[in-house]
Structure formats: structure tokens, C-alpha cells
Write a protein that binds this ligand. Sequence first.
Ligand SMILES: [Zn+2]
Ligand SMILES: [Zn+2]
Length: 689
Amino acid sequence: MSLQVTLPDGSCLQLPDGATVGDAAATIGPGLAKAAIAGRVTPAGDGDGALVDLSHPLDDGDAISIVTLKGDDPDALEIMRHTASHVMAQAVTRLFPGAKYAIGPAIENGFYYDFELPEQLTDADLPRIEQEMARIVKEREPIARADLSRHEALTLFGPHEGEAGIDQPYKVELIEDLQTAAEAEGGSVDTVSVYRQGEFADLCRGPHLPTTGKLGKGTFKLTSLAGAYWRGDEHNQMLTRIYGTAFPTKEELKAHLEALELARQRDHRRLGRDLDLFSFHEEGPGFPFFHARGMRVWNAVIDYWRAEHVRAGYEQISTPQILRRELWERSGHWENYKDNMYFTEIDEQPFAVKPMNCPGGLLIYKSRRRSYRELPLRLAELGQVHRHEMSGVLHGLFRVRYFTQDDAHIYCTPEQLEDEVRGVLHFMLHMYAAFGFEDVRIELSTRPDKSIGSDEMWERAEGVLTRVLDHETVPASGGERDDHGNEVRVPLAYQLNPGDGAFYGPKIDFHIRDVMGRSWQCGTIQVDFAMPERLDISYTGPDNEEHRPVMIHRALLGSIERFLGILLEHYGGNLPTWLAPEQVRILPIADRHAEYAHEVRGMFAGAAEEAGLPLWVSVDDRGESLGKRIREGQVHKVPYLLVVGDREAEERAVAVRHRGDDEGSTPAADVVERIVDEVRERRLPSPAD
Ligand SMILES: [Zn+2]
Ligand SMILES: [Zn+2]
């Protein structure tokens, strides 16, 4: 007896009956047999391929491909990292008898496992766990899958009193939950899969590397510890989460760890403290407090934002924080979003704190009759919104419970929609470039399965968004010029995400890439059919009849708080001079130079006033040594430190230290002019420095 399987290139492979994915790899060649870690198998006549272990037995007619860690297969990486999490759990249970393991998935760039431990861990324990992991890798234990009956699995993970119980209550709870979920659907869980390596067993779907040895030497590293509630619920037991990372080669791991170290140095929470920009307090978890210096940066961003919005034909509005619950019921937020909202009462009536600005904005639109002559109407709002986030996911300015959204709603006729979307697209790219983000990834998301509105409306709106994106060009990335010296333009690249739109309309999302290669979704343009219906808004057309306008929701920087965090990390705290909380610090060498230092400061004040620019210039004439004052200026990342002594006072000059570079003595008037120009032109430094 034999069976036949199809390979990715369309060729067929004859194998003896009972052959596994691993056997198939070995039949193809010894190199592949060595590299193989799993398989992708699509049974005949069944569209969905699945990832399986090398030990998975093949059926006649299967289409298969061999998964290896060579190349950039995200599935292969996930299998490797998930296996690393099992090896880590095995190491932890060896080192800490009685440890209970909860869940341990692969995540972007690594893996984690949550444990209930008999003692508190510190970072100093991580190398010890790594060593034990290395020992387990050396043991080259096969990782074997077994499909157990539910009863067998419950016995296995149950308490010690049973014969085989390994006392893992979180696994028992997971199996019982699987059963409850299945019963709710009228079924039952007959078998569950368990993976074993040596003395360790885990409830798991798999697949896994064939042996612990395949994880390799020097390819994994434990990176940090955190607290995490079981199932992310703060009413549950607090567990210890150990994070780690794993890569196919030592070299890749090393490059990743270096990038992590860079990210740590650029962590905006650390910079926020060092630069005295913002803080968080137990009295308001998830609610950022902006300090005076933080507000200088904030205001520089917002002053520019506001000026650009005026230029782009927007008006600014402001709507209340707290509105009647009934409004949120009408807008659909109550139904779809109430778990993330905060509620309160006023005069015994139910109210809600706004999580979004749209319903309030619509009330302004509805405050009087609107004529077609007013359209397109672009109403921007720096709306302060509250959204509940679990305490475990709060992260500096990146994940907060309160933030300022640079929102706008555009009301227009269907005929105006295309021009408006194009206008927002240009505005978006222009603003990102102004802050130094040229690398923008764009995604178009279309109608999801669950949606409201007619086919015709969707077709029309998707057509508009597609047309705008397809007709857009941008300068070629290398700044190439053609034979006539003209800028070469190429079509705007974007990714299509079918079915990922909002239920009320299609959308375009904008992701900016920072200097560390991380991508941040900031902007969005969403066409909305639902809200104008639900809140019944209209405009009077030239025919004197009432018509329904189209509504566009758009946010540009997204959350201002988060955007400041991104800016800080992108520039490593060395903000562009126009955004810096202190552009210039003047350091007199001795007491007798203080007077001249204040004179230079006066020159800056005069020039700033003349140019109509805010410029933050200070004199540090404390009695500390010059070396100490220079170091402090560098910690505060003041772009210009100007040292003045006898020679400078005599020559009316300053010795310039610009972002760590010693530029020597320069006439003071020239430096004033240079810095004022740099701020006025909003020049950008290289973020990599
Ligand atoms: Zn697992
Ligand atoms: Zn909106």
C-alpha cells in the first residue's frame, strides 16, 4: 500500500502507507529533513490547510509543504517561539517545584508564559531559568503529541491525589471552559491534545518543534518580568509573566537584542521623566499629567496643527465631556462600545463620559438648518475622550484611559466626497512629513460581513476611496530625477484589507514607521453612512429639498498623547528644535560672565518676539561646575548649549555645543539668527543621531 501527496511545485510524491510529514521531508532530501520543523497540510477536497507536527500521518491526496526556519516564514517563527515558551515552562517547574503554568503563547518578536509561583521572581532569576532551558535543549527530548480524552486530560492535569495528576489547576480550568463553550453550542469536547517533552506536559493545540534540541544554542533570551492577571481580569489571581524572545540564528537574536536596548534607551516613559515632561500617579491610573515643559512641546505641536487646519479650510469646535446616556443609545455607542465607557449621573439622570466626539459634533451640525452652500463643512475638534482600558495594558502615553484625539468630521454631498477624501489624504501625508515621518503605510479596508447601508452606498464609497488611492502619486523613495531634472513620481502604494472596514463604512488607515522600524497606526479616514441616518441630519439642496449629507470621520495624529510618545522615541528625546521644551541654555563659565549670559538671552527674546515665535531660552548660572551643568543640559537634551566666558563676552560671541557637537566660538548674533530660522522653518534633525 502506498499514498501520494502533492508538493507546492505541483509535483507528486509516493510514500508508504502511514508515512508522516517528517518522512515526506526525508524522501525529498536529507537537507530538508534536517531543516524541517513542521508541515502545512491541505487534505484533498478541503480548502483549509493546517499547520501540523512532523509526526502528523499523511493521507492519500494531501497537498503538503514543509515548514522550515530558513527564510522568513512567520508560521515557522511562531512554532519555534511557542516551543521556547514550553521549554521555559519546563525549566521553571524544575527550578520552582509547585509552579503552576497558565498560558504561554508566541507573540510578536517573542513569547511569554504566565506562572503562579511559590516565590517572587526578580530579574536576577532570569539567567538561571535560561541556563535550565539550555540544559533542556541539550537533552534533545522529543516533543510528542497525544490526543487524550477529556477525562484523561482532566486526570493528568488534576491534583496529585490521582495517579498521574500533575496538579495544574489553570489547565483544568481551560479544559472545563472548552467543554462549557462546546456545550453552549450543543456539543461536547471528546478529545484534547497534550504535548509532552520529558517530564513536562502541556495542554496545547500545537504544532511544535520535533525536539527540544531544535530550539538551538544561543538562540533565545528571557527579556523581562511583569505581573499579569489570570485572563487579564483584575479580580483574578495576579500571575508572574516571563517574557522571552527566540530567533532562528544567534546573529538574528543579537541584532534584535541590540534593537531592544536602543528602544529601552529611547523609552518615552524614561525620557518623559528625564526631560521633566509628564508623569503618572496612582491617583489617576492611565491618566497622564503633563508638566510645564511637557506642555511646551504639546503647544508647539498644537500651534502648528491649528495653523495647518485653518489653511486647509477647517473650523474648530468643542463639545462637552459628559452627555446624556440616551444620546449614546441613539448613536449606537451604547450598544457597541459601552464596555469601554465611563458612566455617571446628573440630577438622577444617566449620563456617559464621551469615548468619541462624533455625537456631540453632530448636535452642533443639527443646531440649525444647513444649506448646500455651507458644504463641505469641515469641523475639527481636539476632543478629550475617555476609554476604559484594562489596567494590565496601560503603557505610558501609548495606552492611556484618557487622551486628546485630533478629530474632525467633514459633512459633504456625495459628489464632493472624492475631493474631500483626496484633500484629507494630502493633508495627512503633509503633516506626517512635517514631523519627520516620510515612511507611511496605507491600508484600505472594505465592507465587512456585518454592515449597514445599501450595496449601492458601499460600492460608491469604496469606489471613491479606491479611485483616490489609485490616482495618487508620491516622489520616488530615492528622490530620483528624470533626464529633465524633474522629480520622478511613482504610484502611491497601499494594501487592500477586504472585509476589514467599519460596519458603517469603508476606511483608509495610515501607519507611520519610526526610526526603529516600528509601525504606528495614527491616522484614519472613515466614510460613514450610518451616523447621518441615526441622528437624522440633513442639508437643504438647491432644489429646496432636504438631503442626507455624507459624513467623513478623520483623525490625523490620532491621540496627541500617543503621538508625543512616538515623537519622543523616534528622536530619542532629541526633538526637532521647533518642538524642544527648551531650545537654548546659556552657561556662563564664572559668576562674572552671568551678566553677559543674560544679555545673550535678551537677544533671543527680542528676536523671538520679532519673529512671533515661542522660544525657550534659559541661563544656568548656578554655582555648579561647568562640566556638571553641561551634562545636565545633555540629559535634558537641550539642542543648543551656549557657553560664555571672558573671550566670548569680549567678542560678543558664544561657544556652541549643538546636540553633543562642539562647534566652537561663533558671533552671538549669528547663532540667534540661525536658531530662530531653524524654528521658523521647522527643520528636522536626523532621528538616528
Ligand atoms: Zn503550547
Ligand atoms: Zn467621528
